[in-house]
Design a protein around this ligand. Sequence first.
Ligand SMILES: Cc1ncc(COP(=O)(O)O)c(C=O)c1O
Length: 376
Amino acid sequence: MSRLERYGHGGDRVTASELFGLDPDSFLDFSANIVPFGPPPSVKQALKGILETEGLPVITQYPDPRSRRLKALLAERHNLTPTRIAIGNGAAELIELILDVVRPSVVGIVYPAFSAYTSSAKKRDIEIVPLYGEEESHFLPPVERLCELVRKTDLVFLGYPNNPTGLCISFDELKQVAKEAIRCQTVLVVDEAFLDFIPDGERMSLIGQIESYPSVILLRSLTKFHALAGVRLGYAVASPKWVKRLEQRQVPWSVNAVAQVLGEAALQDQEYEQRVREWVQQARMSLRMQLSRIPGLKVYPSETNYLLVRLEREGKTAAWLQEQLGQQGILIRNCADYPGLDERYFRVAVRTDEDHERLVKVLKQCLDEDEEAASS
Ligand SMILES: Cc1ncc(COP(=O)(O)O)c(C=O)c1O
């Protein structure tokens, strides 16, 4: 495990501060994939409302143990009954709960993948069957191999879009895999934590047909697209039977009252959502173009708010680059700890034009200095 990802993830400013000796808030963070211009304005209003209410009831009283108002809003948004929605302390909590409830003997993971699928399975001593995507196909696995994985396992995690690649298999392929999951009674967990960033994401999701796919559990998150990572909020969409079991397994009041109120507020701001979707298309294209022009970097395509990059410099690793950038106050995600990738890969979030400019400038500087040192 590389040093900055000591606790398994990007976005760890405290570790960055310990390593690079800078103030945690001073880092320009490309290592966590969060909308860079903050949560919807409705969230700030709600936060103010919490503070201004006499007696601070949101803080002094217990939260609703089933987040019913938030659930009702989500149910309306997705045209579902609330019985199909479980709210979690981030999608990360739901990943853990799913394994506790489904109790699979063998889990299939499509690599490279979000690290929590592996760490949650390993914690429970569950056997993992890996499926590695090929670099030539940008790590997207062929559908036949996915169906095979479904046949060999009790539960499969599939990133849709995947982290760290930002790509999805096609919707037709997804449906094929989901049908195979029903046939084999394998649980298919489709992690849609980043699907909101894709303009027609909702139409590419099984969420509208979830009644026809009783073996499928969908995961969503409000931490990236709505910039509520510190608040911790996610949800699962599944059959009422699974939802009930997930909730029964959950720590009481796991979703705190502030998170519930802010989540409710975030979902009211449709204008923000439209703005983020439009922004991300343009900003990703621009960042990809700028990075691709830097000699020694191979930038992969992505449909979401981050880019996977391979450093192609003899003898140089992403850990080296992370160190160079970290010293200058910029954080990137070293992807060497993703099974299926190697020490050359790193991931950067899509941010503002100004942030991109700084990243590109410092990256060029590091790589130019390295080349000069090598040729002298
Ligand atoms: C693919 C994927 N799923 C789920 C999560 C966890 O999201 P949350 O912050 O809602 O726990 C992450 C976090 O980075 C992720 O990358």
